[in-house]
Design a protein around this ligand. Structure first.
Ligand code: SAM
Length: 325
């Protein structure tokens, strides 16, 4: 039963759990100087087990592991395995930068991961290295092709759409998805607490890509009930799809079905909310399960109708690595 319904009638069957705030990339829009915070103090495996149990009991069916970079967790395989052994979770997805994709993707799949999202901001190796500070493009592409052979329910790629950096790559991406059964998505750059100047220089509405897709004969696909925030487009001559994630579009929040828990155990009702609700004190003992569930359900009453990004207010989020993108 889903007890996670808010006062606007939205249901929350999808949890995004951050496993760490640390990341090894230096994305120019997120952590341009690299992560320099603590590498310890994040939720432990037993704490993660309790938070997941509580969300499953409340009706969560889809889990996404994110960060920071989740593959920096040494116990990642065990965390996936624990989640896969919880009755009630139907989908276990993970968002990763793919630094270890080629080496680890098979083990992640064997442990029970059912869906994979890989960040890939450019098909051009030099541009990719300039944006992320990492030079492993070839291995990343090999890892993605390997993932496509492993029977995941879905493989998705994320590129943040950046004016003057990668906004001329649509035709390259269309070639790429012609033969690959994956969904490539452009994410509109979001303004966070730390990236105001970068945002001003590089933000481009995803609607510009929508117009190009429609002009090339692509059509919009209906959204599945537990889908993420992307609006997807398809074309009969292509195996893959193109998705657009446009958080500044009107009504973006009306279909929100996601809650977040940070790597330090705070419930975040919105990626761009003004407050976090500490859950960690209730994650130390199985006996606190009922109180934990009550706290989560009660806090949902405070979820706002929408974020305030259009007015330039990113809430308390300095960068997405701090919450889990
Ligand atoms: N480290 C993992 C990765 O690289 O995918 C997971 C965390 S990362 C914060 C999740 C996604 O958020 C990535 O696709 C990243 O490109 C995207 N992202 C980060 N900052 C963003 C911003 N300001 N606007 C839009 N997308 C952003």
């Amino acid at each position: 039963m889903n007890e996670l319904e808010d006062r606007f009638g939205r249901r929350f069957s999808y949890l995004r759990l951050s496993l760490t705030e640390a990341c090894n990339y230096r994305c120019s829009y997120c952590l341009p100087d690299g992560y320099d915070g603590p590498s310890r103090g994040f939720l432990t495996r037993p704490e993660i087990g309790r938070v997941l149990r509580a969300f499953v009991d409340l009706g969560m069916t889809k889990l996404r592991l994110t960060g920071g970079e989740p593959s920096l967790r040494r116990d990642l395989i065990e965390i996936i395995d624990d989640a896969a052994n919880l009755d009630g979770i139907r989908k276990i997805a993970m968002t990763t930068n793919g630094v270890v994709l080629e080496r680890k993707v098979s083990a992640w799949r064997d442990a029970g991961l059912t869906a994979l999202n890989v960040s890939l901001d450019s098909l051009d190796p030099d541009r990719f290295a300039a944006v992320t500070g990492f030079d492993h493009h070839t291995s990343l592409l090999r890892g993605i092709d390997q993932a496509l052979t492993l029977g995941f329910d879905s493989v998705k790629l994320n590129a943040v759409l950046l004016r003057g950096v990668n906004d001329d790559e649509l035709d390259g991406w269309l070639d790429y998805v012609r033969v690959r059964a994956l969904s490539m998505r452009f994410i509109e750059l979001m303004r966070t607490g730390d990236n105001a100047d970068y945002f001003a220089a590089h933000h481009l509405p995803a609607s510009t890509v929508a117009a190009q897709l429609l002009a090339r004969g692509w059509t919009r696909v209906a959204r599945a009930p537990d889908a993420g925030p992307a609006i997807e487009y398809a074309h009969p001559d292509y195996r893959g799809k193109i998705g657009l994630i446009a958080p500044y579009a009107p009504n973006f929040c009306a279909s929100c079905n996601r809650l977040r828990v940070t790597a330090r155990g705070d419930l975040r009702l919105c990626l761009f909310g003004e407050f976090g609700v500490p859950l960690r004190g209730l994650l130390q003992d199985d006996a606190d399960g009922e109180t934990l569930r009550a706290r989560i359900a009660q806090q949902l009453g405070l979820k706002a109708a929408g974020h305030d990004l259009h007015r330039g207010n990113p809430g308390m989020t300095p960068h997405l690595a701090s919450v889990g993108g």
